[in-house]
Design a protein around this ligand. Structure first.
Ligand code: E4P
Length: 217
Protein backbone atom coordinates (compact mmCIF):
# COMPACT_ATOMS: atom_id res chain seq x y z
CA UNK A 1 0.00 0.00 0.00
CA UNK A 2 1.35 3.41 -0.95
CA UNK A 3 1.19 6.27 1.55
CA UNK A 4 0.59 9.76 0.15
CA UNK A 5 0.34 12.84 2.35
CA UNK A 6 -2.57 15.18 1.65
CA UNK A 7 -1.15 18.63 2.27
CA UNK A 8 0.73 21.51 0.70
CA UNK A 9 2.64 22.15 3.94
CA UNK A 10 6.35 21.67 3.21
CA UNK A 11 7.34 20.97 6.86
CA UNK A 12 4.76 18.20 7.16
CA UNK A 13 5.74 16.72 3.80
CA UNK A 14 9.39 16.73 4.92
CA UNK A 15 8.51 15.09 8.25
CA UNK A 16 6.73 12.22 6.47
CA UNK A 17 9.49 11.97 3.86
CA UNK A 18 12.16 11.80 6.59
CA UNK A 19 10.37 8.79 8.14
CA UNK A 20 11.17 6.95 4.90
CA UNK A 21 7.59 5.77 4.35
CA UNK A 22 6.23 8.43 1.98
CA UNK A 23 5.30 7.48 -1.59
CA UNK A 24 3.83 10.75 -2.80
CA UNK A 25 1.76 13.87 -2.18
CA UNK A 26 -1.74 15.01 -3.07
CA UNK A 27 -2.80 18.63 -3.04
CA UNK A 28 -5.89 20.55 -3.99
CA UNK A 29 -6.74 24.26 -4.33
CA UNK A 30 -8.10 24.36 -0.76
CA UNK A 31 -4.88 22.88 0.68
CA UNK A 32 -2.82 25.45 -1.29
CA UNK A 33 -4.98 28.30 0.01
CA UNK A 34 -4.60 26.95 3.57
CA UNK A 35 -0.82 27.43 3.25
CA UNK A 36 -1.32 30.95 1.86
CA UNK A 37 -0.11 29.93 -1.61
CA UNK A 38 -2.11 32.01 -4.08
CA UNK A 39 -1.72 33.05 -7.73
CA UNK A 40 -0.81 30.72 -10.58
CA UNK A 41 2.93 31.49 -10.54
CA UNK A 42 3.29 30.86 -6.80
CA UNK A 43 1.22 27.70 -6.99
CA UNK A 44 3.35 26.37 -9.87
CA UNK A 45 6.56 27.15 -7.94
CA UNK A 46 5.15 25.41 -4.88
CA UNK A 47 4.48 22.23 -6.89
CA UNK A 48 8.14 22.21 -7.94
CA UNK A 49 9.23 22.70 -4.31
CA UNK A 50 7.07 19.74 -3.28
CA UNK A 51 8.49 17.57 -6.09
CA UNK A 52 12.00 18.45 -4.97
CA UNK A 53 11.20 17.25 -1.42
CA UNK A 54 9.77 13.82 -2.25
CA UNK A 55 10.55 10.92 -4.56
CA UNK A 56 7.05 9.91 -5.65
CA UNK A 57 4.01 11.21 -7.50
CA UNK A 58 2.69 14.69 -6.74
CA UNK A 59 -0.91 15.41 -7.74
CA UNK A 60 -1.48 18.93 -9.08
CA UNK A 61 -5.08 19.95 -9.73
CA UNK A 62 -6.39 21.86 -12.75
CA UNK A 63 -8.76 24.77 -12.12
CA UNK A 64 -10.43 24.80 -15.55
CA UNK A 65 -13.70 22.92 -15.94
CA UNK A 66 -13.76 22.75 -19.76
CA UNK A 67 -11.80 20.26 -21.88
CA UNK A 68 -9.55 22.80 -23.66
CA UNK A 69 -8.74 24.60 -20.42
CA UNK A 70 -7.97 21.34 -18.60
CA UNK A 71 -5.67 20.24 -21.41
CA UNK A 72 -3.88 23.59 -21.42
CA UNK A 73 -3.43 23.66 -17.64
CA UNK A 74 -2.63 19.95 -17.38
CA UNK A 75 0.08 20.19 -20.01
CA UNK A 76 1.65 23.16 -18.22
CA UNK A 77 1.55 21.26 -14.91
CA UNK A 78 3.04 18.10 -16.44
CA UNK A 79 5.86 20.23 -17.91
CA UNK A 80 6.85 21.42 -14.42
CA UNK A 81 8.34 18.14 -13.22
CA UNK A 82 8.29 14.46 -14.17
CA UNK A 83 6.71 13.60 -10.78
CA UNK A 84 3.56 15.65 -11.50
CA UNK A 85 0.26 13.79 -11.86
CA UNK A 86 -2.52 15.85 -13.44
CA UNK A 87 -5.51 15.91 -11.12
CA UNK A 88 -8.84 16.26 -12.92
CA UNK A 89 -12.40 16.66 -11.61
CA UNK A 90 -14.93 13.86 -12.17
CA UNK A 91 -17.09 15.69 -14.71
CA UNK A 92 -17.68 14.88 -18.39
CA UNK A 93 -14.85 17.10 -19.67
CA UNK A 94 -12.61 15.76 -16.89
CA UNK A 95 -13.13 12.21 -18.15
CA UNK A 96 -12.41 13.37 -21.70
CA UNK A 97 -9.24 15.15 -20.55
CA UNK A 98 -8.23 12.03 -18.59
CA UNK A 99 -8.42 9.95 -21.79
CA UNK A 100 -6.43 12.63 -23.62
CA UNK A 101 -3.63 12.60 -21.04
CA UNK A 102 -3.55 8.82 -20.62
CA UNK A 103 -3.21 8.42 -24.41
CA UNK A 104 -0.20 10.76 -24.18
CA UNK A 105 1.35 8.77 -21.30
CA UNK A 106 0.79 11.57 -18.77
CA UNK A 107 -0.29 10.35 -15.32
CA UNK A 108 -3.73 11.38 -14.08
CA UNK A 109 -5.71 11.38 -10.84
CA UNK A 110 -9.52 11.59 -11.15
CA UNK A 111 -10.69 13.51 -8.09
CA UNK A 112 -14.00 14.18 -6.34
CA UNK A 113 -15.16 10.60 -6.89
CA UNK A 114 -18.15 9.59 -4.77
CA UNK A 115 -19.66 6.58 -6.57
CA UNK A 116 -18.71 3.25 -8.13
CA UNK A 117 -20.06 4.45 -11.49
CA UNK A 118 -17.71 7.42 -11.46
CA UNK A 119 -14.80 5.11 -10.61
CA UNK A 120 -15.75 2.86 -13.53
CA UNK A 121 -15.63 5.85 -15.89
CA UNK A 122 -12.21 6.88 -14.51
CA UNK A 123 -10.83 3.40 -15.20
CA UNK A 124 -12.35 3.34 -18.70
CA UNK A 125 -10.61 6.67 -19.40
CA UNK A 126 -7.28 5.14 -18.34
CA UNK A 127 -6.78 7.13 -15.14
CA UNK A 128 -3.59 6.31 -13.23
CA UNK A 129 -5.39 6.96 -9.93
CA UNK A 130 -9.02 7.26 -8.90
CA UNK A 131 -9.70 9.24 -5.72
CA UNK A 132 -12.84 8.20 -3.82
CA UNK A 133 -13.36 10.72 -0.97
CA UNK A 134 -14.25 8.47 1.95
CA UNK A 135 -14.23 11.09 4.72
CA UNK A 136 -16.66 13.37 2.88
CA UNK A 137 -19.03 10.43 2.37
CA UNK A 138 -18.82 9.60 6.09
CA UNK A 139 -19.62 13.30 6.75
CA UNK A 140 -23.03 12.80 5.12
CA UNK A 141 -23.77 9.49 6.89
CA UNK A 142 -22.79 7.35 3.90
CA UNK A 143 -20.25 4.56 4.33
CA UNK A 144 -17.10 5.76 2.57
CA UNK A 145 -15.29 2.47 3.11
CA UNK A 146 -18.07 0.60 1.34
CA UNK A 147 -17.22 2.60 -1.78
CA UNK A 148 -13.60 1.41 -1.58
CA UNK A 149 -14.85 -2.21 -1.37
CA UNK A 150 -17.17 -1.71 -4.37
CA UNK A 151 -14.46 -0.16 -6.53
CA UNK A 152 -11.97 -2.91 -5.55
CA UNK A 153 -14.47 -5.57 -6.65
CA UNK A 154 -15.26 -3.86 -9.95
CA UNK A 155 -11.62 -3.20 -10.83
CA UNK A 156 -10.63 -6.78 -9.94
CA UNK A 157 -13.53 -8.19 -12.01
CA UNK A 158 -12.07 -6.63 -15.14
CA UNK A 159 -8.39 -6.26 -14.33
CA UNK A 160 -8.47 -2.45 -14.53
CA UNK A 161 -5.02 -1.08 -13.73
CA UNK A 162 -6.22 2.24 -12.32
CA UNK A 163 -5.00 2.48 -8.73
CA UNK A 164 -7.55 3.08 -5.99
CA UNK A 165 -6.32 6.12 -4.07
CA UNK A 166 -8.44 6.35 -0.92
CA UNK A 167 -8.76 10.11 -0.39
CA UNK A 168 -10.30 12.31 2.27
CA UNK A 169 -8.80 9.92 4.82
CA UNK A 170 -9.21 11.56 8.19
CA UNK A 171 -7.72 9.21 10.82
CA UNK A 172 -5.74 6.04 11.46
CA UNK A 173 -8.73 3.66 11.34
CA UNK A 174 -9.50 4.87 7.81
CA UNK A 175 -5.93 3.93 6.86
CA UNK A 176 -6.17 0.47 8.43
CA UNK A 177 -9.62 -0.26 6.97
CA UNK A 178 -8.49 0.89 3.50
CA UNK A 179 -5.50 -1.45 3.79
CA UNK A 180 -7.82 -4.36 4.71
CA UNK A 181 -10.03 -3.59 1.72
CA UNK A 182 -7.11 -3.52 -0.68
CA UNK A 183 -6.90 0.17 -1.57
CA UNK A 184 -3.67 0.65 -3.54
CA UNK A 185 -2.92 4.05 -2.01
CA UNK A 186 -4.20 6.20 0.81
CA UNK A 187 -3.81 9.94 1.16
CA UNK A 188 -4.37 11.67 4.46
CA UNK A 189 -3.04 14.30 6.83
CA UNK A 190 0.28 13.76 8.65
CA UNK A 191 -1.65 12.79 11.82
CA UNK A 192 -3.25 9.83 10.03
CA UNK A 193 0.26 8.51 9.30
CA UNK A 194 2.10 9.31 12.53
CA UNK A 195 -0.94 8.19 14.55
CA UNK A 196 -0.23 4.64 13.35
CA UNK A 197 2.84 4.67 15.59
CA UNK A 198 0.88 4.98 18.80
CA UNK A 199 0.44 2.11 21.23
CA UNK A 200 0.62 2.45 25.03
CA UNK A 201 2.21 -1.01 25.36
CA UNK A 202 5.07 0.15 23.11
CA UNK A 203 5.66 3.16 25.38
CA UNK A 204 5.36 1.11 28.59
CA UNK A 205 7.60 -1.64 27.19
CA UNK A 206 10.27 0.78 26.06
CA UNK A 207 10.25 2.59 29.38
CA UNK A 208 10.75 -0.75 31.19
CA UNK A 209 13.55 -1.87 28.85
CA UNK A 210 15.41 1.42 29.39
CA UNK A 211 14.87 1.30 33.18
CA UNK A 212 16.18 -2.30 33.34
CA UNK A 213 19.18 -1.39 31.20
CA UNK A 214 20.02 1.48 33.59
CA UNK A 215 19.88 -0.91 36.61
CA UNK A 216 22.77 -2.95 35.24
CA UNK A 217 24.88 0.04 34.07
C1 E4P B 1 -7.68 14.28 -2.21
O1 E4P B 1 -6.86 14.29 -3.08
C2 E4P B 1 -8.16 15.49 -1.52
O2 E4P B 1 -7.13 16.45 -1.54
C3 E4P B 1 -8.47 15.26 -0.07
O3 E4P B 1 -8.18 13.94 0.32
C4 E4P B 1 -9.73 15.83 0.44
O4 E4P B 1 -9.81 15.60 1.84
P1 E4P B 1 -10.84 16.34 2.78
O5 E4P B 1 -12.20 15.78 2.52
O6 E4P B 1 -10.38 16.03 4.17
O7 E4P B 1 -10.76 17.81 2.44
Amino acid sequence: MKFFIDTANLEQIKEAQDMGILDGVTTNPSLMAKEGITGTDNIMKHYVNICNLVDGDVSAEVIATDFDGMVREGEALAELHDQIVVKLPMIKDGVKACKYFSDKGIKTNMTLVFSAGQALLAAKAGATYVSPFIGRLDDISTDGLNLIAEIRMIYDNYGFETEILAASVRHTMHVIDCAKLGADVMTGPLSSITGLLNHPLTDIGLEKFLADYKKGN
